[in-house]
Write a protein that binds this ligand. Structure first.
Ligand SMILES: Cc1cc2nc3c(=O)[nH]c(=O)nc-3n(C[C@H](O)[C@H](O)[C@H](O)COP(=O)(O)O)c2cc1C
Length: 207
């Protein structure tokens, strides 16, 4: 089949928007920020990725409004006000806590505590990382790129940041490499689906 996207992403026979089931699996950017008043916000973003290596830069996309309100998501407000964010990798073991941090709660609520997670201090930025996560990236905010609005006029944004510090748990470093089996990252599929790693194999480059 083929469809144009101007009328949305749910043409027949699809029961739900099909878009997130088309580009996959997606890494989950578990992003912590601090409000101006120092409250921790933590939220998952599957519109997230590493986009350059030197200097290392990442993006996440806080899109739409807070549920029921015409207010920007805390992950956007906070990063634009404070200039810092932290990525913690989400593992299979942390899946339930990650899901809890996607709840829309007032900005006065510490979402690390809400999900029963312990916060660990960062070295170069003020927002904490998720202590139980084996990999975390400390990031300086670079800019927000405004994307076209949704059909309901809600906003879409790319937040771009530069990674300035890296935490790696010693437990996932084996023979000078990251052992991905020990990391056990969670990835996002379409709908309410997730995946863990399948087979891992290498392919040599042609040149
Ligand atoms: C696995 C997962 C991935 C998500 N990815 C996104 C995303 O890429 N962009 C987005 O705006 N919301 C995404 N959400 C919803 C946000 O996590 C949710 O709106 C969150 O409360 C952010 O709001 P806050 O910044 O105000 O805390 C995702 C939720 C889940 C469970």
């Amino acid at each position: 089949m083929f469809f144009e996207t101007k009328n949305g992403m749910k043409p027949p026979p699809f029961k739900r928007s099909v878009y997130t089931a088309l580009v996959l699996p997606r890494p989950i950017g578990w992003i912590s920020t601090l409000s101006k008043g120092g409250i921790i916000n933590l939220a998952p973003f599957s519109f997230f990725n590493a986009v350059s290596g030197d200097p290392p830069c990442v993006i996440y996309c806080p899109n739409g409004w807070k549920t029921g309100l015409k207010e920007a998501k805390d992950s956007l407000v906070n990063v634009e006000e404070t200039g810092e964010f932290v990525f913690s990798i989400c593992t299979f073991e942390l899946r339930e806590q990650m899901n809890k941090t996607s709840a829309h709660v007032p900005s006065s609520v510490d979402e690390m505590a809400l999900a029963g997670l312990e916060a660990a201090d960062c070295k170069l930025v003020a927002p904490p990382r998720v202590k139980a996560s084996p990999i975390a990236l400390e990031c300086k905010y670079l800019q927000t790129v405004k994307l076209p609005e949704s059909r309901d006029k809600s906003p879409n944004n790319i937040v771009l940041g530069q990674v300035i510090g890296v935490h790696i748990s010693d437990e996932v470093i084996v023979d000078g490499m990251i052992d991905v089996r020990k990391v056990n990252p969670l990835s996002r599929l379409g709908y309410l689906d997730y995946a863990t790693l399948g087979d891992v194999f290498s392919i040599n480059r042609p040149d």
